[in-house]
Design a protein around this ligand. Structure first.
Ligand code: ATP
Ligand code: MG
Length: 234
């Protein structure tokens, strides 16, 4: 579905991604794990076309994303939930959700999708008239994911959805990601919570200073000696 091939990227003189190869197949949850500054968010930003790579290719079902604008990438069904939530603080929960279905292809499904995301996140339904900015951190994260789902993603890009959440909420968010995937959405998840993300991932990539150093099944990498030492404190 998504194929990243020998991707190189720099912010000005600072080279951040080195020959990244990464694939996501339809129906999978794929996770990219790595330390702060490894290049996880930058990888997602390249897929969303928010930045422009210097060499390599990214294709989605065979279409070269390099020629597309960010809104055209969304139109193809690739929807990014950015790091740090970035909901609209002055809008209500419901208004935030409606903003998520701005692309033409998602508009006819708007009301059905609102029902669908309220079923996943009952807490958002209880707070549908509350201003986004007054929601708790965890609720804002739920809203950000819910808003992403409003665009009818085929591939959902999630950047650190568990950041700053309590252990209970972290568990809830990872359960929800699995449920979204069961409903037919392919997921590319970027996380520092290595244990939880490998636990739910079909496959995973370990990124270190802009290079893929390991790849394998989620379960397999959970038992990998390097991963245990570097990320799991074992
Ligand atoms: N807009 C930018 N301009 C210049 N350098 C940047 C920019 N954004 C990120 N970088 C640098 O690129 C490198 C990779 O950053 P990136 O945000 O992709 O890392 P990350 O793996 O997502 O880290 P984190 O876990 O902290 O979110 C870092 O060294 C960072 O300082
Ligand atoms: Mg990041």
């Amino acid at each position: 579905m998504l194929k990243i091939d020998r991707l190189n990227f720099s912010y000005g003189d600072l080279k951040v991604l080195w020959d990244i190869d990464l694939e996501v197949h339809q129906g999978e949850i794929v996770t990219v794990v790595g330390a702060n500054g490894a290049g996880k968010s930058t990888t997602l930003k390249n897929v969303s076309r928010l930045v422009t790579w210097s060499s390599g290719t990214i294709t989605f079902n065979g279409t070269d994303l390099g020629k597309l604008e960010p809104h055209e990438v969304v139109g193809m069904g690739i929807v990014q939930v950015p790091e740090g939530r970035k909901i609209f603080p002055e809008m209500t929960v419901l208004e935030n959700l409606r903003m998520g279905s701005f692309i033409r292809s998602a508009r006819p499904d708007r009301e059905a999708n609102i029902d669908r995301v309220f079923a996943l996140f009952p807490r958002l339904k209880e707070r549908e008239k509350q201003l986004g900015g007054t929601m708790s951190g965890g609720e804002q994260q739920m809203l950000a994911i819910a808003r992403g789902l409003m665009a009818n993603p085929k591939l959902l890009l999630l950047d650190e959805p568990s950041l700053g959440l309590s252990p209970l909420l972290v568990k809830f968010i990872f359960d929800i990601i699995q449920e979204i995937n069961r409903q037919g959405v392919t997921v590319l998840l970027v996380e520092q919570n290595v244990y939880q993300s490998l636990r739910i991932a079909h496959r995973a990539y370990v990124l270190e200073t802009g290079r893929v150093v390991l790849t394998g099944g989620g379960e397999e990498l959970l038992n990998n000696e390097h991963v245990k030492k570097a990320f799991l404190g074992m």
